[in-house]
Design a binder for this molecule. Structure first.
Ligand code: AMP
Length: 217
């Protein structure tokens, strides 16, 4: 299973990627998560990426591409992977295609999650995350048992720096202009499987698993 998850910010890519990774025993590779981890550790990469992430724009392609290439060569990614947040524009899509050819690999499918604009804004601005264990909540749709406290590990929840309304609007604009064209790019290659990302989490996962099993037959 060599999968790419495509869809706007807030479409549930991270949530589905985590579940699919457990199901298919493949690593969930989120470029945004790698940048945030680097930022948390204060590395040079993290500090550089922060300038872009805080504005809601993309980190330069060469940096992101090199990071993905390195990650794909690690041992746990040899039997498959699920990419969440990469590629993010046509240049990355083209580059990724050559990278996979060089590595002797090829995509199984591109999972495209469709969600309306209002739902995306509500989901992103209400999202709260646990900086310790990565659990994700929503103030209204999926609140923790104790306000502001992670159910899993008891840490204080935080809002992602780029989940403020202003940055969310910018991120959605960047998605429309730069990322959305990848849907047609991958459709031309016959790889896109489209799903209703507004359905409940477990329904979306079930539909994706069924779709992938159909594609394998
Ligand atoms: P995400 O966690 O996927 O929402 O990504 C958060 C931020 O990380 C994005 O708004 C970008 O600034 C940066 N980022 C994540 N993936 C990429 C990528 N493939 N190319 C460039 N920037 C990225």
């Amino acid at each position: 299973m060599e999968l790419v998850l495509l869809g706007p910010p807030g479409s549930g890519k991270g949530t589905q990627a985590k579940l699919l990774a457990e199901r298919f025993l493949i690593p969930h590779i989120s470029t945004g998560e790698i940048f945030r981890k680097n930022l948390g550790e204060g590395t040079e990469l993290g500090l550089m990426a922060r300038r872009y992430m805080d504005q809601g724009v993309l980190v330069p392609d060469d940096v992101t591409e090199a990071m993905v290439r390195q990650r794909l060569t690690e041992s746990d990614a040899q039997n498959g992977f699920i990419l969440d947040g990469f590629p993010r524009n046509l240049a990355q899509g083209e580059h990724f295609e050559s990278m996979l050819t060089e590595l002797g690999r090829s995509l199984t499918a591109v999972i495209y999650l469709v969600v309306g604009r209002k739902t995306l804004i509500d989901r992103l601005t209400g999202r709260r995350v646990c900086p310790q264990c990565g659990a994700v909540y929503h103030l209204i749709l999926d609140p923790p048992k104790r306000p502001g406290v992670c159910d899993v590990c008891g840490s204080a929840l935080e809002q992602r720096r780029d989940d403020t309304e202003e940055t969310v609007i910018k991120r959605l604009e960047v998605y429309d202009q730069e990322t959305a064209p990848l849907v047609a790019f991958y459709r031309r290659r016959g790889l896109v499987q489209e799903f209703d990302g507004e359905a409940p989490v477990e329904v979306v996962t079930r539909d994706i698993v069924q779709g992938l099993e159909g594609a394998r037959d």
